[in-house]
Design a protein around this ligand. Structure first.
Ligand code: SF4
Length: 208
């Protein structure tokens, strides 16, 4: 079997296995995944919201509209993105509601459980451009940090046994005003410019 075909088969098999995961008892199913895309660009969200499960894909609701508007502004529309970028998340299941309101933040055990799926994806894909979206995703690579000191920057990073470029993005949630006010607006624009300059991004933009 040709190598590329074999790799696509492997990532499709990986997603099938991921969809059957029940490792975290407090998580609300179903597992939400993107398509089996053989891509060098790897997006990491935080965790799906309450609507993504029924829609069957990540970033399917209001935050997704904003996220895809950002990517559209640098040459890649939503369908092209979904067909060409591997969409992962820190946790792939909806964590449920927090007692204090809003969505529950996944705990460390859940994050560790789900990072095993991420490790497998890094093994299969060897991503060269990683886009963590939102604080929880950014923390997996940089630890606790202020958005204002990390958004609008690009780093060469090693994690999961691979070396890659990483460009963090803020969370596009409507509940967050960070990306709509200064300095967030300017820093987000800088981050998008950095992504647009990446060779793998340009190749996807040309593939439209
Ligand atoms: S959050 Fe991840 S590890 Fe936990 S049950 Fe869902 S898919 Fe499995």
């Amino acid at each position: 079997m040709p190598k590329t075909k074999n790799s696509i088969t492997q990532i499709a098999y990986h997603i099938d296995r991921l969809k059957g995961c029940t490792a975290c008892p407090l998580m609300v199913g179903p597992v939400v995944t993107g398509r089996p895309v053989l891509s060098k660009v790897y997006l990491i969200g935080q965790a799906p919201g309450p609507r993504e499960g029924e829609m069957g894909r990540p970033f399917a609701w209001t935050a997704g509209k904003t996220l895809f508007k950002w990517f559209d502004s640098i040459g890649v529309d939503e369908e092209t993105f979904r067909h060409n970028v591997y969409m992962a998340a820190v946790c792939r299941c909806f964590p449920g509601k927090a007692k204090t309101g809003g969505d529950r933040v996944p705990d460390n055990v859940e994050i560790k459980n789900c990072s095993e799926w991420m490790q497998k994806e890094f093994d299969l894909l060897s991503p060269e451009l990683v886009l963590p979206v939102g604080k929880l995703a950014i923390e997996q690579f940089f630890g606790k940090t202020q958005l204002a000191s990390i958004i609008g920057t690009k780093h060469r990073h090693i994690a999961f046994g691979k070396e890659f470029d990483i460009i963090p993005l803020p969370h596009p949630s409507g509940a967050s005003t960070w990306h709509r006010m200064e300095p967030g607006k300017t820093l987000l624009a800088q981050a998008l410019e950095l992504i647009a300059e990446e060779a793998h991004w340009k190749a996807i933009a040309r593939a439209k």
